[in-house]
Design a binder for this molecule. Structure first.
Ligand code: PLP
Length: 871
């Protein structure tokens, strides 16, 4: 690393992440206007009148819109009507919409700078945003006007919307939650910014190979210019890695040497719905520090210089594609530190612009840690306060623990983050010292409260003993935060009773609570299902904005449950969404789908705990059962189409084998003349937010069938219900709260409950019963797969053996009740009127699951922030 050291900094305490000294940086986000003697604000520079005449306003009417789009075609794209395709027209339309977003963004940020309200920052390594154009138009209330304008220019708005690539900067639920929370914060006029990384490659593109296996390809989402971001090349910070740390003056230290990397800000405007408030998502990109490698060039060591610059750029080059698992990869740790250090430097610079003392930091700033990924922000804030700002250690700890809040997303052991101490010692030597100091003080306090309990100390320590030793990120996140929350009632209870039990005993239970996840009804109702949104508005005789801002208003639908005319319209919307999906599948995959069938959907990341395997075994069981019927009996069977979609982590062998099995079972079932009219199966490749938006409104029933106690919340369950789809599910995560709202008679529950799981696993381990005895129908299904009925049986043995042997996820325990639940679904679907009533009741009771409610919870119970109206 010596080639990357700037010789002028050796041995000197270097200010980490120092703001660029240029004057205009200060004015970007932290500008406080001067006032004259009468208290009136002074215009900061030049002729006020000239400035004010130049400030752009919103493009509100159709002629202004077409003018602005044509303007961007000619100037931003240097094209004309003669050579404009859909992609170009999309880009011009997007730039024109972005102009509007930036007008509002500027007003919002100026307002925040002037009024200095307390702000909250949402730190998330993932933001699964999906597409922006449609969402921005709806939130701005300009969709109809743009539709008009785009039509006048000879294009079709929906075609342009389809040109946009998803921003896939996340794996699944955690990243999508962050995106919904940004929408809700802006919509409720709350001063909240998101901080994340600008990955050059988001979640990989999934292809299906000739043998049915998942293949991964890079996602070049930035291939064409991204109109939804603004590079802030003047908002940059220097982030240090490696080097050495010296202690001095008690808890203080000096970190120097090593490698410095630049963090460059990219801003993504986040428009609220029907409000001027437009918040910010700031994403960091890594770049090599200019000139840092001059020495190497001089020494002729060109290759090392290039290597160093590559390694700087590598930090934000790719999103790690694993969901609910951790790998101890150094680059991932670099990502985490790079992002938390840049974000904190930015937050502190903004706070300092208010001229308030650092002791008041927690009165102006709350920081939410989305899972343990940003936990290094805790020792980083301590480092800044103690080493750079000369705040005494105890006071710094006071500030830190009043600033952070930690959301836990899982109790699965394989997902709990741990980092090898030797890795930390090398990459972040000063942080490791700080962590040791925090740990020592903490364990002394524990020992004082529970004297002599060595085992408790070992469990609660930030350091897990072993070879190597590991840092337990959840423990650090917990002790460095003011509050800890889980994401659904059951999950929060499990957090308190399992992984955080000792901490509950130590701190008291009030530090540990629950915020049940939510989804934004703007995207997950109005945008993805305009037919339903219009029907609801027309039926309740209220503008859409009323229920899109207060989702409890949907309860008004209950009055119409028994109204046959309304039922008919409700069913017609579902039918047209099924046809829209069928059209999409035909256009993209060339497959024809029976839209008269029941649509049964399971779409989510592939994971053993989510039990896609249970579903596919159920499909095979259904197929075998149908094959056993006579042709006359088959004629009486209601047709069903089963959809799967979801990505598997590239290194997750069993999950990928599950995809391969689904694809190959589909090939057999869909080509069997005995059954193809009554059962078909599709694996739709490359699951994404945009695909979810087409699939979810089309579903009659969806599956959320995790082993009880393993799915923290789930959010797609909420999306389906909001769109009038029913659930078949286990008593897990938010399924429980959904059933509480909609009534248990409207949810198809099955399977063992959480308290039984531990015992059953114990039995499987120590008193295994052969599957032929335990669950004959499932044994038959496994044997059919083994025998090669769906292609080379041997291939699937490792997957089948997970069930035959330990069966950790308890498929053999839940299979019978699962099949019974699916039979009840079939029976219920026969009585179509009753089904439609269930569907209406379900949508009507989804008020609780708006992310607006969740964000209000965070704003009031955690962050203590208030709405600020932007004039
Ligand atoms: C909502 C959503 C998820 C989360 O799905 P779960 O079934 O709750 O795990 C994952 N991916 C995408 C694209 C989503 O929209």
């Amino acid at each position: 690393m010596t080639s990357t050291i700037d010789p002028s900094t050796i041995g000197k305490p270097t200010k980490q992440a120092k703001a660029s000294p240029r004057r205009h940086v200060r004015s970007l986000t932290g500008f406080t206007p001067e006032k004259d003697a009468s208290g009136k604000e002074k215009w900061p520079i030049g002729d006020e009148k000239v400035w004010k005449e130049g400030i752009p306003g919103l493009t509100q009417d159709t002629p202004e819109i077409t003018k602005s789009v044509v303007h961007h075609v000619h100037t931003s794209l240097a094209r004309q009507a003669y050579n404009l395709d859909n992609l170009g027209a999309y880009q011009a339309a997007a730039l024109s919409v972005r102009d509007n977003l930036l007008v509002n963004w500027n007003d919002t940020q100026l307002q925040y700078s002037r009024k200095t309200p307390k702000r909250a920052y949402y730190l998330s390594l993932e933001f699964l945003m999906g597409r922006t154009l449609d969402n921005a138009l709806l939130n701005l209330g300009l969709k109809d006007k743009y539709q008009d304008g785009i039509t006048k220019l000879g294009f079709n708005l929906e075609d342009l919307i389809d040109q946009e690539r998803d921003a896939g900067l996340g794996n699944g639920g955690l990243g999508r939650l962050a995106a919904c929370y940004l929408d809700s914060s802006a919509s409720q006029e709350l001063p909240v910014w998101g901080y994340g990384l600008r990955y050059k490659y988001g979640i990989f593109q999934q292809h299906i190979g000739p043998d049915g296996s998942q293949l991964e390809a890079p996602d070049p989402w930035l291939e064409h210019d991204n109109p939804w971001e603004l590079a802030r090349t003047d908002v940059t910070y220097q982030i240090r890695f490696y080097g050495h740390s010296e202690r001095f003056e008690g808890n203080k230290g000096i970190w120097s040497g090593g490698q410095e990397v630049l963090a460059i800000a990219y801003d993504v405007p986040i428009p609220g719905y029907e409000t001027k408030t437009t918040n910010n998502l700031r994403l960091w990109e890594s770049r090599p520090k200019r000139g840092f490698d001059l020495q190497s060039f001089n020494a002729g060591d060109y290759e090392r210089a290039v290597e160093a610059s590559n390694s700087a750029e590598a930090i934000t080059s790719v999103l790690y594609p694993n969901d609910h698992t951790t790998f101890g990869k150094e680059l991932r740790l670099k990502q985490q530190y790079f992002w938390t250090a840049a974000s904190l430097a930015d937050i502190i610079r903004r706070f300092k612009n208010t001229d308030k003392p650092l002791t008041e930091f927690p009165e102006y700033v709350s920081i939410q840690l989305n899972d343990t990924h940003p936990t290094l922000a805790i020792p980083e804030l301590m480092r800044i306060l103690v080493d750079e700002e000369d705040v005494p250690w105890d006071q710094a700890w006071q500030i830190t623990t009043n600033t952070f809040f930690y959301t836990n997303h899982t109790v699965l052991p394989e997902a709990l983050e741990k980092w090898p101490i030797p890795l930390l010692e090398n990459l972040l030597p000063r942080h490791l010292q700080i962590i040791y100091d925090i740990n020592l003080e903490f364990l002394q306090a524990v020992d004082k409260k529970f004297p002599g309990d060595k085992e408790k100390l070992a469990r609660m320590s930030l350091i897990e003993e072993g070879f190597p030793k590991n840092l337990r990120m959840a423990n650090l996140a917990c002790i460095g935060s003011r509050k800890v929350n889980g994401v659904a009632e059951l999950h929060s209870e499990l957090v308190r009773e399992t992984i955080m039990k000792d901490f509950v005993d130590f701190y008291g239970v009030s530090k540990f609570s629950n915020v049940t996840n939510g989804i934004t009804p703007r995207r997950w109702l109005d945008q993805c299902n305009p037919g339903l949104s219009n029907l609801i508005s027309e039926t309740l005789k209220i503008p859409k904005a009323v229920f899109l801002k207060d989702l409890y208003k949907l309860e008004g639908l209950l009055e119409f449950v028994d109204n046959p005319a309304f039922q008919k319209k409700w069913a017609a919307v579902k039918q047209s969404n099924k046809e829209r999906l069928a059209k999409h599948v035909e256009a993209t995959l060339g497959l024809k789908i029976n839209t008269r069938a029941m649509f049964d959907v399971q779409i989510k990341r592939l994971h053993e705990y989510k039990r896609q395997t249970l579903n596919i075994m159920g499909v095979i069981h259904r197929y075998l059962t149908l094959k056993d019927l006579s042709p006359a009996e088959r004629k009486k069977v209601n047709p069903k189409v089963v959809f799967f979609a979801g990505k598997a982590a590239p290194g997750y062998y069993i999950a990928k084998l599950t995809i391969r099995l689904i694809v190959n079972v589909a090939r057999v079932i869909n080509n069997d003349p005995d059954t193809k009219d009554i059962l078909s199966l599709y694996f739709l490749p490359d699951y994404s937010v945009s695909l979810a938006e087409v699939l979810i409104p089309a579903s009659d029933i969806s599956q959320h069938i995790s082993t009880a106690g393993t799915e923290a919340s789930g959010t797609s369950n909420m999306k389906f219900c909001l769109n009038g789809g029913l659930l078949v599910g286990t008593v897990d995560g938010a399924n429980i709260e959904i059933a509480e709202e909609v009534g248990e008679s409207n949810v198809f529950f099955f399977g063992h409950l959480t308290p039984a799981v531990e015992d059953l696993r114990y039995q499987h381990m120590y008193h295994p019963v052969p599957i032929e005895q335990k669950c004959p129908p499932l044994a038959r299904v496994l044997n059919e797969v083994s025998s090669g009925r769906f292609g080379d049986g041997g291939v699937y043995e490792p997957l089948l053996n997970t069930i035959r042997q330990h069966d950790y996820y308890l498929l053999t325990e839940d299979f019978d009740s699962y099949i019974r639940a699916l039979e009840l679904v079939d029976e219920a679907y026969q009585d179509r009127t009753e089904w439609i009533k269930k569907s209406i009741r379900t949508t009507a009771k989804m008020g609780k699951f708006s992310s607006d409610r969740a964000i209000q919870d965070y704003a009031q119970e955690y962050w203590n922030i208030e709405s600020t109206k932007v004039e």
